[in-house]
Design a protein around this ligand. Structure first.
Ligand code: NAX
Length: 332
């Protein structure tokens, strides 16, 4: 099989360090799919990145056909099949969300333009660097020759966190919980939702709500625990989530590349046609299904109750504001 070219940005950072081994040993693209790893970071990080390249080599993995460290997006994205955009400027103490947005949208504008020029038109892109949804929007906008449905942002970590909370509440394994979804922004306005989730308890398949039997928890504590989970990890570790973030990137891209089957999974994707009443031209997290190497299809026809509507609209409003601020920044 011919190798595929996979770009990982922020390759000298902590998420990439947890991610690379899984990608290199076939957890994402399959055990028979060789890969060329294009590792992008900024110039001052090239020595560190050199060490990461040595370690990838020293894993002596048969699927790795080439590893290229670079600080040049035009080199990294040349003929790329997949891009995992992890690299971004981190939020420092005292920095407002809008300062972070200002610093980061320009990075994603430049990377979108580079992809537009040199990547394959079939490239599949997942944005992880925050603010992930809006960075993905900017990246897609500045790569007009690549279809919008080829871009996504990561909300799978939030979904996995939600799934783990439900499993913990019921005392069951995480893989006996399905179809927890995340609506909206990867931020504290996100809406983790178990309304369509199913669980297996004592061998029986049940609706999650009827197994949990605690509407107050589902509508309050559960939601805020998932919303604040990233901040709790930072408070404890003094570093943001890395192992669980890398694990979620693997889940997201594997499902996109190999198909999600009957499961609904969450991905922030280009919103159009006013689906679920959400404004068009946003990267909004929806429940989706994916066919192998195929398109991401937003799941249609889920019944939305009033309390859900309010939460879906709140996170949508934040995304509209972020998008408009990002566009103004890019046009300056
Ligand atoms: P690190 O600070 O460890 O690494 C980031 C790396 O990106 C650094 O090596 C830096 O030099 C590099 N970088 C900066 N500008 C770059 C550019 N223009 N091109 C290429 N590389 C560049 O951060 P890490 O913990 O790895 O987190 C990376 C990003 O993921 C952050 O923006 C973080 O907020 C975001 N996260 C997103 C999550 C999600 O679910 N969407 C969850 C985890 C994480 O918080």
């Amino acid at each position: 099989m011919d190798p595929i070219r996979v770009v990982i940005t922020g390759a000298a950072g902590q998420i990439a360090y947890s991610l690379l081994h899984s990608v290199a040993k076939g957890d994402v693209f399959g055990k028979d799919q060789p890969v060329e790893l294009m590792l992008l970071d900024i110039e001052p990080m090239m020595t560190v990145l050199g060490g990461v390249v040595m370690e990838v080599m020293d894993c002596s993995l048969p699927l790795v056909r080439n590893v290229v460290p670079t600080a040049d997006p035009m080199v990294a994205f040349k003929d790329a099949d997949v891009a995992m955009l992890v690299g971004a400027m981190p939020r420092r103490e005292g920095m407002e969300r809008k300062d972070l947005l200002k610093a980061n949208v320009k990075i994603f504008k430049a990377q979108g333009q580079a992809m537009d020029d040199v990547a394959k038109k079939t490239i599949k892109v997942v944005v992880v660097g925050n603010p992930a949804n809006t960075n993905a929007f900017i990246c897609a906008k500045y790569a007009p020759s690549i279809p919008k449905e080829n871009f996504s942002a990561l909300t799978r970590l939030d979904q996995n966190r939600a799934q783990a909370q439900v499993a913990n509440k019921l005392g069951i394994p995480c893989n006996d919980v399905n179809n927890c979804i995340i609506w909206g922004n990867h931020s504290s306005t996100q809406f983790p939702d178990v309304s369509y989730a199913t669980v297996k308890v004592a061998g029986k398949e049940l609706e999650a709500n009827s197994a949990i039997k605690d509407d107050h928890w589902v509508r309050n504590d559960f939601i805020s625990t998932v919303q604040k989970r990233g901040a709790c990890v930072i408070a404890a570790r003094k570093l943001s989530s890395a192992m669980s973030a890398a694990n979620a990137i693997v889940d997201h891209v594997r499902d996109w590349w190999q198909g999600s089957g009957d499961r609904m999974v969450s991905m922030a994707v280009w919103s159009n046609d006013n689906k679920y009443g959400i404004a068009s031209e946003l990267m909004y997290s929806f429940p989706v299904k994916t066919a192998a190497k195929g398109k991401i299809e937003i799941v249609n026809g889920l019944k939305i109750e009033e309390w859900q509507r309010e939460r879906m609209d709140l996170t949508c409003k934040e995304l509209v504001e972020e998008r408009d601020a990002a566009l103004a920044e890019c046009e300056e």
